[in-house]
Design a protein around this ligand. Sequence first.
Ligand SMILES: NC(=O)c1ccc[n+]([C@@H]2O[C@H](COP(=O)([O-])OP(=O)(O)OC[C@H]3O[C@@H](n4cnc5c(N)ncnc54)[C@H](O)[C@@H]3O)[C@@H](O)[C@H]2O)c1
Length: 366
Amino acid sequence: MIVGIPQEIKNNESRVGMTPGGVFELTKNNHTVYVQSGAGLGSGFSNEDYQQAGAAILDTIAQVYAMSDMIVKVKEPIAEEYNLIKEGQILFTYFHFASSEALTKAMIKQKAICIAYETVEDEEGTLPLLTPMSEVAGRMAIQQGAKYLEKPVKGRGVLLGGVPGVAPGKVLVLGAGVVGVQAAKMAAGLGAHVTILDVNMKRLRYVNDVMPPHVTTEFSNEFNIRKHIKTHDLIIGGVLLKGAKAPNLITRDMLKEMKPGTVIVDVAVDQGGCVETTKPTTHEDPIYIIDDVVHYSVANMPGAVPYTSTMALTNVTLPYTLKLANLGWEAACKKDASLQKGLNIVAGKVVYNEILEAFGWEDVLA
Ligand SMILES: NC(=O)c1ccc[n+]([C@@H]2O[C@H](COP(=O)([O-])OP(=O)(O)OC[C@H]3O[C@@H](n4cnc5c(N)ncnc54)[C@H](O)[C@@H]3O)[C@@H](O)[C@H]2O)c1
């Protein structure tokens, strides 16, 4: 199969769909890989790195789309790319169709085979191609939170780890899923005192088993949240209700109960956030302040660490990319139920119910 890796042209996206290591595996399996010139630079990979791994470099994005049977990307195609997509071409990338009717209609029109990273689902019901980005965001949340706790950027002026003779900072983590556990681990590593809340007792038992004693678990309810926000310096929002908007666990009135300079990093911002006052921000302008509480709510946190994120993404996408290239999409999806769940639009037809529901469309579109 001919596999194409275009440069991401969405604003501020420095990740790339495949590392040179991924290219190496594909070419080893006798596939041809075309990489757009400069596509990997934002993630630290030069054209030479890709060439050494077996890829050929093409000058333009139009050439990459025109010459490839399958496009492997990071973000959904943007309007400028729509007309480059060929009928029957496989697109393997994050799409998030339910949040864009325009994108959905464009992909139907182009009659592409759209396999969405975010809906590939394994036997346990987890989303293996979303997990690494949650891992990145969870770990980054503490790094960002620690930074914004500094006084010059309006934080409380607390060093999370404390120093000998001074108590460490306190971190409250809402949600003990992938984001929450990674955040708790980083905060604990810095020496902070961590309280982690969830409604799922299984997750709390797991956290209790694996974390050091300065990470304590509690059940998530309004009473406990109101109690803890008064004493914690950094609050991480990592809750998720699958397929629904995140619940507002911290309401506007609660901000007044917090110490001035408290920092909230609401990682769940992409699902609406679990703090009433959350609104999406960007890496250029990541924070805003309400009632002396610093809010950090960047919707694409992994985009700031493209080197790590690109590697983490290729680690998990590559086995599926290889399957698609080796078998073709139909046989690959038939053989692999996880990949089958990734099929969203096939040759002009929506085959994923949630997309139809999101737009109130009655039936599979022809
Ligand atoms: N901003 C970013 O760049 C970025 C990056 C990656 C992920 N995310 C988002 O982070 C969020 C969390 O992702 P995840 O992978 O950790 O999800 P996850 O499903 O692994 O974990 C979510 C956890 O929230 C818990 N939860 C549900 N209701 C709760 C409540 N009322 N109180 C406390 N906990 C509750 C669940 O039991 C679960 O353990 C998602 O919205 C995801 O989209 C954002």
